[in-house]
Write a protein that binds this ligand. Structure first.
Ligand code: HEM
Length: 399
């Protein structure tokens, strides 16, 4: 294996596409060692069936907090946070997840579509009033998911700029230093506590009320658990969704015949969004897991007890065994069982909501801005990150 394919993370492909190393490793050896930025060596899975097997089996643990556990980064990062749902194993995870899930069903996401559309309409009106040109990331793609969370939680309108400022500080693209982030984290936690207390005194009909009332038999979320989940939703749902919106628009503009098909047949919107989700994965790395037992994977590879495994969903989404012509962007793609929202116990809690947000966002931009175009060339866009977040920080457009 070439040396540049043994050190993680790999540089993204053209236009933020999956790293080339995933293709070559998948055909040569779909489960092979890689060295992480921490210096730890783990196995990297690149075949669809292997990625699903790792994500779906709770014997691949997300608890990486014991001494000597493999780490992605040399310094502390959010995988050290024992309160994040995604860092918990059963049975702790199972209980919290079961309760929180009650507020995130497909029916609930659908019932929020009209409010999501109203938020998108408002942002589009502001963007039109100020341009063209405009930076689509700053005026629409990032504000949309955070404004929706504010709206769904029932954050008072007067507080939403403050709320947005706090959540922007959590974006990995934020330039804020660690002490500033800590200060903001404490302010934000106090704000969320106050919001929950006020809503307990004076109930409404928002997502926050659903979470307060969400229960499993006699079991409810405690105040502390509720506050953690609310903070977690903001962090998990903001940057991911914003990046998929931005990346989706770039890809549609790079494929004018696909964009034209979508404009001509608006009924293609759901399958176009699924294809955007398959190809425009917002991060190329994924979260590390550790095998709690000796395990074997469908490709025939084996994992020793205690060994770390990385199973990036983007590698699975481009497996030609599962997706014919995976490099072709096709808004009509059938049987599109991508794993962009993960698989198994940690399957994205916000997937139903994110799907509606993406359908509203992409649908509105395509419908309302028939002359939407990049202000420069796609080659000139600057791509950031790769492993955890892969997107553009600026997306200048005209219309
Ligand atoms: C397009 C946007 C999104 C993408 C691509 C995405 C992707 C993912 C993925 C891959 C996971 C599983 C990680 C793993 O197992 O290693 C996950 C978990 C999670 N996501 Fe999302 N997500 C998105 C939007 C959202 C939104 C809008 C919310 C909430 C409002 C959200 C909340 C969560 C939470 C709470 C978890 C942890 C679930 C658990 O551990 O049980 N996500 N997401």
């Amino acid at each position: 294996m070439p040396h540049d394919e043994t050190t993680f993370p790999f540089p993204p492909g053209p236009h933020g596409g999956p790293p080339h190393a995933y293709t070559s490793r998948r055909s040569a050896c779909p489960l092979a060692p890689v060295v992480l930025p921490s210096g730890d060596e783990v196995l990297l899975a690149t075949a669809y069936d292997d990625v699903k097997a790792v994500l779906g089996d709770p014997r691949f643990s997300r608890n990486l907090r014991y001494a000597g556990a493999p780490r992605m980064l040399p310094d502390a990062d959010f995988t050290d946070d024992p309160d994040a749902l995604v860092n918990m194993d059963p049975p702790e995870h199972t209980r919290l997840r079961r309760i929180a899930q009650a507020a995130f069903t497909p029916r609930q996401a659908e019932s929020r579509r009209a409010r999501i559309q109203a938020v998108a309409d408002e942002l589009l009106a502001e963007m039109r009033a100020g341009g063209p040109p405009a930076d689509l990331m700053v005026t629409f793609a990032f504000p949309l998911p955070i404004n929706i969370i504010c709206d769904l939680l029932g954050v008072p309108t007067r507080d939403s700029p403050q709320f947005r400022h706090w959540s922007d500080m959590f974006l990995s693209t934020s330039a804020a230093a660690a002490p500033e982030r800590r200060k903001v984290g404490a302010e934000f936690a106090a704000y969320v506590d106050g919001l929950i207390a006020a809503r307990r005194r004076d109930p409404g009909e928002d997502l926050l009320d659903e979470l307060i009332n969400a229960h499993d038999e006699d079991d409810r979320l405690s105040a502390v658990e509720l506050a953690r989940i609310v903070r977690g939703l903001i962090i998990a749902g903001h940057e991911t969704t914003g990046n998929v919106i931005g990346r989706g628009i770039i890809t549609l503009l790079r494929h004018p015949e696909q964009l034209a098909a979508l404009r001509e047949h608006p009924a293609l919107l759901p399958s176009a969004v699924e294809e955007i989700l398959r190809t425009e994965v917002p991060g190329h790395g994924g979260l590390l897991r550790v095998a709690t037992d000796a395990l074997s994977l469908p490709s025939g590879g084996t994992v020793a007890r205690g060994q770390g495994v990385l199973a990036p969903v983007v590698a699975a989404n481009y497996d030609p065994e599962r997706f014919p012509a995976p490099d072709t962007f096709d808004v009509r793609r059938a049987d599109n069982k991508h794993v962009t929202f993960g698989h198994g116990p940690h399957f994205c809690l916000g997937a139903n909501l994110a799907r509606v947000e993406l359908q509203v966002a992409i649908g509105s931009l395509v419908r309302e801005l028939p002359d939407l175009a990049l202000a420069g060339s796609a080659q000139d866009l600057t791509w950031i990150g790769g492993s955890r977040v892969c997107g553009v920080s600026q997306l200048p457009v005209t219309w």
